[in-house]
Each structure stands twice: as C-alpha cells, then as structure tokens.
Design a protein around this ligand. Structure first.
Ligand SMILES: O=C[C@H](O)COP(=O)(O)O
Length: 214
C-alpha cells in the first residue's frame, strides 16, 4: 500500500513529520511519502523521505508569476505531485496541462477527484494514479472506507474501465491502520491522508499505527 501524507497548511513541523515518516518507512513494506507546502519541499526532501508537491501549474518556463513550475518542484527534490486536490481544484484543461507538465519534469502524478464519475475522467488524462475523496468526509476522522465504501469500489471500477494502468488511492478521514486495511480490501492501492498525522499530538505514533497491520 502507498500511504501519502498531505501536510496541507497545518501548523505542524514538516521536518519532524518527514523524519518520522522516513523512520517508519525503514521498518515497513508499505510505501510512504509526504506532501509538504511548496516552501518546505527542499528541506523535507533533504531528510531522504519520498517527497510530493501538493500542486503544480500547467505552465512552462516563462512569464508566469506566482505559479508552481513542475521543473522547479522537481529541482527542489519532489518525486511526485498531487493535482486537483479538493482544496486546489483545477479546470479539466488545466488538470490535463498539469499532468503533462509533471510528466515533462519527471514527476509522478496523483489526480484527485470527488466521486467515481470524476475518477473516470481523471484516469482518461493518463496520470500514474487517481485519488477519490468525498469532500464532505475530509478532515472529519470518519474514514471513507467505512462511511462510503461503495465510492471506493466504484472508483476502482471506473478507473479500471478507462485505463487499468492507473492505480487508485482513496482518502478522507483515514487515520488508523484498520482504515488503511479496509481501503485495500475495497481495491485501493493506497491512501491519501492528512489530519490523522499532521494534526496528531505524536505524528510518529500515528504513523506507526497506520502501517502496523500492513
Ligand atoms: O489530502 C488529504 C485529504 O484531503 C484527506 O484529509 P484528511 O485525512 O484530513 O481527511
């Protein structure tokens, strides 16, 4: 299972979380990665942990101001990028352009979407993976795998119906190892989570619990 920890703009110490993820990563078969804010990418990548951006823009080098250029994100040490997160929605044409920009820079891609229909559309753009996240469950602590298991299974079917090479993650409310196991049983190959680690009093202990059953 792929466990991708999005730090959003939570007031956690990104280096403390990255070092905890790196430490746990040495003791699990699961694949772990952290997605810090853009300003923290380089310092997080220097810890040796697999590092993801939260977003890149559909642009090239040139006259763009206030954007995230995929090449610069890769230069900062990122291995991949989230795209179209529920808190950073893009138009369809811009998701397509951002996937192409990420590919150009050698970044792996996970395109997020609200529901199975959007997952099918996202998969058609050819990312490495898609992540289904019902927005109403984000940050609630109620796992999507428990509150709405059908949405995960339907997302897996929708992606497979378009492109079997696109793997499916699920997210929203995931905070325990049992939640991760349940996601896997529904067909997801990974989970995207945030508050369960970034807002935990002890992020290292939260991570240990997440990967314990894997
Ligand atoms: O990127 C992560 C997702 O939005 C899930 O957030 P959450 O784990 O706080 O529910």
């Amino acid at each position: 299972m792929f466990v991708l920890v999005n730090l959003k703009t939570y007031p956690c110490d990104p280096i403390e979380v990255a070092e905890a993820v790196s430490d746990v990563d040495d003791r699990t078969d699961a694949r772990l990665a952290v997605a810090p804010q853009a300003a923290h990418l380089e310092r997080v990548a220097e810890t040796g942990v697999e590092t993801w951006a939260q977003h890149v823009d559909p642009i090239e080098h040139g006259s763009n101001t206030g954007h995230a250029l995929a090449e610069s994100v890769a230069d900062a040490g990122a291995d991949g990028t989230l795209l179209n997160h529920s808190e950073r929605r893009l138009k369809l044409a811009d998701i397509d352009g951002a996937v192409r920009a990420a590919e150009r820079a050698g970044l792996e891609t996970v395109v997020c979407a609200n529901n199975p229909a959007q997952i099918g559309a996202a998969a058609a753009l050819g990312p490495d993976a898609v992540a289904v996240e019902p927005p109403e469950l984000i940050g609630t602590g109620t796992p999507v795998s428990q509150a709405d298991p059908d949405v995960v299974e339907d997302a897996v079917d929708a992606a497979a119906g378009v492109d079997e090479d696109v793997s499916v993650l699920c997210g929203a409310g995931i905070s325990t190892g049992d939640d991760v196991v349940a996601a896997g049983e529904l067909g997801a190959e990974g989970v995207l989570l945030a508050s369960g680690v970034a807002k935990a009093d002890d992020p290292a202990a939260a991570l240990e619990d997440l990967v314990d059953p894997l």
